[in-house]
Ligand binder design. Sequence first.
Ligand SMILES: [Zn+2]
Length: 311
Amino acid sequence: MTTALFGHDSSLRHVTPNGHPEQVARVERIMAGLAAPQFAGLDRRDAPECSDADILLCHPQAHLDAITAAEPESGTVALDGDTHMSPGSTMAARHAVGGCVAAVDAVLAGEVGNAFVACRPPGHHAEKATPMGFCLFGTAAIAAKHALERHGLSRVAVVDFDVHHGNGTQDLLWNESRSLFIGSHQNPLWPGTGLPEETGGHYNVMNLPLPPHSDGRLMRATYEAEVFPALARFKPELVIISAGFDAHADDPLAQLNWREDDFVWLTERLCDVADASAGGRVVSTLEGGYDLNALAASVAAHVSVLMERAG
Ligand SMILES: [Zn+2]
């Protein structure tokens, strides 16, 4: 088996204002990196457009309608200080959701060992009825709900190692007792949520704030002490990763000092978790990462591990 790589050209048509860190070039650089000969074995697939019903697994109809209606006919429009839409943004976001849903389908069908979804906009800041932090729809949470509701899984873990707290995924899965959402993130940092006392409606949320300027050693110790024991107790049948690479030392939006080898270590250990209870099944989806060189290198490192572990 191999690793599926989901992408779609619509990711290139979601345009943000000049100088915005969440830019088209992110996906261009990631895909250029994944064109190297060592990635020839990837099972490359188009991320399909999702259905309305996929979005409605986590969001009310009013949110879908508001996003669709907000798309401008030209130029860009700001939904808030960070979050922008251009012509094509709604379709890009629908393919990002569809990529995650299709990745769950492919992994659960045993067509591939694991999958990486390299679409944009990202998703983990989108709350039930509020677009936020460059995100329109909650891609990782929708993937989890899809696995629970439609594939009948009993336990799905979502691990979010983006440097920003995944407030949206937390909001969307707050009362979902069949999921365990675990987020590590820099604190203090935008959006300011993600404190340890936020534990979900069923103790199904775990937050691990990390101090600014800390490095991969603290991350590894924290995951060993808190995250892996919790995942071992939960015994997920599928591991979904919200893979943001903005904890990298070179990232301009935050002050953690992780390196590529930290992302390699973390990916390997999360694959160990999946091996233990989920038959190795991992679906990873792109969130942040804003230094283009660090992003491309970190994604390449992450996907290399996924390929190695897919067998
Ligand atoms: Zn982030």
